[in-house]
Design a protein around this ligand. Structure first.
Ligand SMILES: [Zn+2]
Length: 307
């Protein structure tokens, strides 16, 4: 693949099914096709170029590069999939399914499914444990009820439609977030310990949630209630401004673009947003290639809609 720096260059590179398939083969198999059923590389390619056959005795399956990936059994062309993936990965703020639908000429319903599957591909598959100066905080997101369908609004009446998201951000480093649907304290502190190494300096507000767990860290707090936002200490500035700045980005994405996000889908939006934040200095072609390298595994419709 030639490095691309714009949508024009991207489209030149991926304007046919064949070019997309070739790229996928490279991303997925690194040039050595492997049977998705038994893992063997003892396979042959049919003359058509698209279909392979496993030579292993007892297997002998036929397959194409999309088997076992998010593209398996899709009715959408790979060129559209790739373009949608490109748009989602390079867009600086995210995009609504309505807007994507008109850009790639599919129905909004199709665009919605595409975006969720692509968000799944933006998940950090090899998350690092944060170590150093790490800011932690929690926020509540969920969008406003005013954009919701009247019938649904009625059923939500009296319910708090905000969902907790916990975040940890290493200063000048990576961000990790998790939707906390069960807000029991152990859930929050368990996630914190999973995200942040004990040798770290932990920065938080003075919320009680962090008092006990903070004993395991070099814990420093700022007292927002006393209007204290930054405190200069000998070696370090004590504040949580970086993670709070990130919450603004996340909320702008969710409230401004998607309007209402149900708690069961929220983690995917958070994955997308964290991907964008963590890769803000990454080149377009690298972001796109990362997403594609995560195409293994299908996200069945039933899992997607959570029924
Ligand atoms: Zn096989």
């Amino acid at each position: 693949m030639k490095p691309f720096k714009s949508i024009l260059e991207f489209q030149k590179e991926f304007n046919t099914q064949e070019k997309c398939r070739k790229f996928l083969e490279l991303q997925r198999w690194n040039g050595t096709p492997a049977c998705p059923f038994c893992g063997s590389i003892n396979v042959c390619r049919f003359a058509s170029g698209k279909i392979f056959k496993c030579r292993e005795r007892g297997c002998r399956h036929q397959f194409s590069v999309t088997v076992g990936t998010v593209y398996e059994n899709t009715k959408i062309s790979l060129t559209k999939w790739f373009l949608a993936t490109y748009i989602l990965t390079v867009h600086s703020k995210g995009i609504s399914s309505l807007q994507l639908a008109s850009m790639i000429n599919v129905t909004q319903r199709t665009a919605w499914h595409l975006t969720h599957r692509i968000r799944e591909m933006l998940k950090d598959n090899d998350p690092v444990v944060l170590i150093g100066i790490v800011e932690v905080d929690e926020t509540y997101v969920g969008g406003s009820l005013k954009n919701m369908h009247a019938k649904k609004k009625k059923s939500m009446k009296g319910m708090d439609n905000k969902t907790m998201v916990f975040g940890a951000l290493k200063r000048d480093g990576k961000l990790r977030t998790r939707v906390i649907t069960n807000t029991a304290l152990e859930n929050l502190t368990g996630t914190l310990e999973e995200f942040v190494a004990h040798d770290s300096s932990l920065m938080s507000d003075e919320s009680n949630a962090y008092t006990k767990i903070g004993e395991k860290y070099n814990h420093k707090t700022v007292n927002h209630r006393e209007k204290e936002y930054v405190r200069k200490e000998a070696k370090v500035s004590v504040h949580t401004n970086s993670i709070e700045g990130y919450w603004n980005i996340l909320k702008k994405q969710i409230d401004g673009i998607h309007h209402f996000v149900s708690p069961k889908h929220l983690q995917r939006y958070c994955n997308e947003s964290a991907f964008r934040y963590n890769n803000r200095k990454t080149f377009q072609d690298e972001k796109f290639a990362y997403a594609l390298s995560n195409c293994n595994g299908t996200l069945p419709y039933k899992t997607l809609i959570g029924k």
